[in-house]
Design a binder for this molecule. Structure first.
Ligand code: 5AD
Ligand code: SF4
Length: 452
């Protein structure tokens, strides 16, 4: 294969979870360090990185249709072709298959190896097809460049991997064992993010509340200790974390919700099912009751907390009555928002080999009923916010002149418009009154001039 001229433009396309969004940003920073610039909107890029998700079959299949589309749409007349890299969890799980099925792919790089992308790029340009899906114990984070740019709401990966082995889930295989990034590295990265404009940081991890470390004085701390430390950054106004596991909700973390004003009143705590037999078969370490008790304890210290969850319908063997238990749990919680999925058998997971796989039509009907219930509760939550006054972090411009889009403390999307006496700017925290509510967003009125 002839060698390829140096790529000048790149595009990183991330699918799936927020961790992939974070990884995608870090890969973009690496490529920028190599002198590449982002391809203009709508233009072909010389290098395309598909940062993939393997969690469900549909997500995993997307990579192949995307590769096909890139190759077909490549508009150049000079016969050159784009450099395509597949990154993320599909790369980790199906690296060899990708290389076999998609000859246009030149690089396959796993989630723990993407700091090696620049070296791989050089080899790919020389005509090689290169795969790196190592899961080195030494962390990639040390090898990544420092953060230089940040929007007002930034992500910070503090923990990766999962040791829980829920029987349906590929994450323990694609992202490896639970590892926590060291405290000092996180404080440094947070400081850089805040210095470059972040006003809110969302701490990320597959099991973010399993994070442990040693603080500056050598004391063992958990996620609540890290949050306390970050709350000391004057210009950092808001802290969030996701995704957490019920088994790692420590007393300290629950207490933090009542004590740390910068920790936003929002908790994403997946439950998956409301039935104890199904939860057992999923290898979840909680029951429906123990989960509800946990939420009661969080509500006791933070009564206005907004709750979010993940649900799977049609886990192998799930009966109609067991599914009804999930609807009952939803009724008891009153979620502010939630994510719900049809069970998707994943290669190599125990559940994929279980008896009693549920027919697609049954799953469709269960998902429809579940989403109807969750949609109803989300609208009810938003309507209950009407008339409230709250702070909104301004994240971007709206579609109309003078219109802005931001987030409430409860992670609702809020639209508002400048007043003659006040013009907002990205990164401001403004006081508003919530005036209209839909299922997915709210409208608000500015209450006082935005801080200078
Ligand atoms: N099928 C359907 N949903 C899944 N999830 C994880 N694995 C599967 C699967 N095999 C869902 C869970 C998890 C979320 C990130 O994705 O609800 O919390
Ligand atoms: Fe997957 Fe369960 Fe780990 Fe979440 S806790 S990443 S669902 S194995």
């Amino acid at each position: 294969m002839p060698s390829t001229p140096p790529p000048q433009t790149y595009r990183v396309k991330s699918f799936g979870c927020q961790m992939n969004v974070y990884d995608g940003e870090r890969m973009a920073e690496l490529l920028a360090d190599q002198g590449l610039v982002p391809a203009a909107e709508g233009a072909d890029a010389d290098l395309v990185v598909l940062n993939t998700c393997h969690i469900r079959e549909k997500a995993a299949e997307k990579v192949y249709s995307d590769i096909g589309r890139i190759v077909k749409d490549w508009g150049r007349k000079d016969g050159s072709s784009p450099l395509i890299a597949v990154a993320g969890c599909v790369a980790q799980a199906e690296g060899e298959e990708i290389m076999a099925r998609a000859p246009a792919v030149r690089m396959v790089v796993g989630p723990q190896a993407y700091h090696r992308l620049p070296g791989m790029l050089a080899e790919a340009r020389a005509g090689k097809r290169v795969t790196d899906t190592d899961m080195p114990a030494a962390t990639k984070f040390d090898a990544l460049p420092g953060r230089r740019r940040s929007g007002p709401a930034a992500f910070l990966t503090v923990q990766e991997g999962c040791d829980k082995f829920c029987t349906y889930c590929v994450v323990p295989y694609t992202r490896g064992a639970e590892t926590s990034r060291p405290f000092g590295a996180l404080i440094d990265e947070a400081a850089r993010l805040v210095a470059s404009g972040a006003r809110e940081i969302t701490l990320l991890g597959q099991n973010v509340n399993a994070w442990t470390g040693e603080d500056g004085r050598g004391r063992a701390i958990g996620l609540d200790g890290l949050i306390r430390e970050l709350a000391g950054f004057a210009d950092l106004r808001r802290i969030r974390y996701t995704t957490s596991h019920p088994g790692d909700m420590t007393d300290g973390l629950i207490a933090a919700h009542g004590e740390i004003a910068k920790l936003m009143p929002f908790l994403h705590l997946p439950v998956q099912s409301g039935n104890d037999r199904v939860l057992g078969a999923m290898n979840r370490s909680h029951t429906a009751e123990s989960y509800l008790r946990l939420l009661d304890r969080v509500r006791a210290v933070r009564p206005d907390i907004a709750l979010s969850g993940d649900f799977i319908v049609g886990f192998p063997g799930e009966t109609d009555a067991e599914f009804e238990d999930t609807l009952k749990l939803i009724d008891r919680v009153g979620y502010a928002q939630a994510f719900s999925f049809k069970y998707s058998p994943r290669p190599g997971t125990p559940a994929a080999a279980m008896e009693g796989q549920i027919p697609a039509a049954v799953m469709d009907e269960r998902l429809r009923r579940l989403q109807e219930a969750l949609g109803r509760d989300q609208l009810a939550f938003n309507r209950a916010s009407l008339g409230k006054r709250c702070a909104v972090l301004v994240e971007r411009r709206g579609r109309h002149a003078g219109q802005w889009l931001g987030k409430s403390p409860w992670l609702q999307s809020v639209h508002f418009t400048d007043e003659p006496w006040s013009k907002a700017a990205i990164g401001d925290i403004v006081e508003v009154e919530l005036t209209a509510a839909g299922p997915n967003s709210l409208h608000a009125r500015l209450l006082q001039p935005a801080p200078a």
